[in-house]
Design a protein around this ligand. Structure first.
Ligand SMILES: [Fe+2]
Ligand SMILES: [Fe+2]
Ligand SMILES: [Fe+2]
Ligand SMILES: [Fe+2]
Length: 404
């Protein structure tokens, strides 16, 4: 079965506007929703926010009033889509519970992308990043039991393991070492463009979310953990955005954004377990098909090129939220001690890394370590969801109070 977004007809733009009643969606059930339904909601919210912010950035440098008007019309629909998608999240979930789902997204989305990415340099970038968000999940899960006396297994539901990744303290690199080499827009596989855009959007939204909810907590340890991990999400945004060729034209980027939205809504429609949410993915896909058609027209008119030159000849494999446990354990086994130097990766801590670490830590343990220490003190051991046996790295096996 082939679905070609360039050949399908969507809903005409003037019929995409929604009323208050249509915007007022019922959220998913916080206790019984499929964890991956929540992941799809969180991922898609990030994609819609990226489409809106991209539209704003484009319009700020666009001198053509007609184009600005069209961008504004489409963006109005994108922002309604964003409201519907994000408002599917239940208000009864605490920000920390939603945070745990955000990190589950980062883990299983990035791992899937790493597995499917055709370019080895880009694959390495995703493999490197995923081990860090994997560790964030573990740190937040320990915080969750400490301050809310609840267990993260209720949220991740055994689909994603909660065990140490590359320890968070080692994510604090010199900013110059967060900049990667971009792909080459003239030779890149179209799938790689979609991957880079998707992960960049997800990380950017994770960063914004932590920046906003972090200071809302009363407990100092929670405030500090959000502060520390938000600093790393900032690094992740730098890492992933630098993969995108800065030479892409605005038209090319616009078309890629709309195509990616079609790709993801189609993927989620195909894999969604909740019928009501599935209907939203399907409706939004039909809206995006029209956004894509309009973007393609703009590209032909202004870039003098055919969109087919930058887009995939057919829709890639359906992007799927699924467990990546074995894959992650293999990465834990082989890449846990990597850091970056310039645009590459090295196994040893280098001088610039160590200087940065010293300057930031000021002789104290980061809160990402303290949260685990506190958990061990209070509960006798750290919090984990270890479904596939002991940790592959012997030094990261279970810490118990007795042999601390
Ligand atoms: Fe959209
Ligand atoms: Fe993270
Ligand atoms: Fe991240
Ligand atoms: Fe769109």
């Amino acid at each position: 079965m082939t679905f070609n977004p360039l050949e399908e007809r969507g809903i005409p733009l003037d019929r995409q506007l929604r009323t208050w009643r249509e915007l007022d969606v019922e959220p998913v059930d916080p206790d019984h929703a499929d964890p991956y339904t929540k992941c799809r909601i969180i991922a898609m919210n990030g994609i819609e926010i990226e489409s809106i912010m991209f539209g704003h950035n484009f319009t700020r440098v666009c001198p053509d009033l007609e184009v600005k008007r069209q961008l504004a019309e489409v963006r109005y629909i994108e922002q309604q889509q964003q409201k519907v998608v994000n408002w599917l999240l239940p208000g009864s979930a605490s920000p920390l519970e939603t945070t745990i789902s955000y990190e589950q997204v980062a883990v299983d989305l990035t791992a899937w992308v790493a597995r499917m990415e055709p370019d080895p340099y880009l694959t390495q970038a995703y493999q490197f990043g995923v081990l860090e968000d994997f560790d964030h999940l573990y740190r937040y899960a320990n915080l969750y039991e400490l301050i809310q006396h609840r267990k993260a297994e209720k949220i991740v539901d055994g689909l994603t393991e909660v065990i140490p990744g590359r320890p968070t303290r080692f994510h604090h690199r010199h900013p110059a070492d967060n900049v990667r080499e971009p792909y080459d827009r003239t030779t890149v596989d179209p799938l790689s463009r979609l991957h880079a855009l998707t992960i960049m959007a997800a990380e950017q939204q994770t960063l914004s979310f932590y920046l906003n909810v972090g200071p809302q907590y009363m407990e100092p340890i929670a405030r500090q953990l959000y502060q520390e991990i938000a600093m790393i999400e900032e690094e992740h945004v730098t890492h992933y955005e630098s993969l995108v060729d800065p030479g892409e034209t605005w038209w090319e980027r616009l078309v890629t954004h709309e195509y990616n939205e079609c790709y993801l809504y189609y993927s989620f429609m195909e894999t969604e377990s909740d019928r009501r949410v599935r209907a939203i993915w399907e409706l939004h896909l039909n809206m995006e098909l029209e956004h894509l058609r309009l973007a393609c027209d703009l590209m032909r008119r202004n870039d003098g090129r055919e969109p087919e030159e930058v887009l995939a000849p057919e829709l890639p494999n359906v992007l799927t939220f699924e467990p990546n446990k074995a894959y992650l354990r293999e990465l834990l086994d082989t890449q846990i001690d990597l850091t970056t130097l310039g645009t590459g990766y090295v196994q040893e801590a280098h001088e610039r890394f160590e200087r940065m670490q010293e300057a930031l830590m000021g002789g104290e343990d980061p809160v990402s370590d303290q949260v685990v220490t506190r958990h061990v003190e209070q509960f006798g051991e750290d919090y984990r969801v270890e479904t596939e046996g002991p940790h592959p790295d012997p030094t990261l096996r279970r810490r118990e109070a007795s042999h601390r």
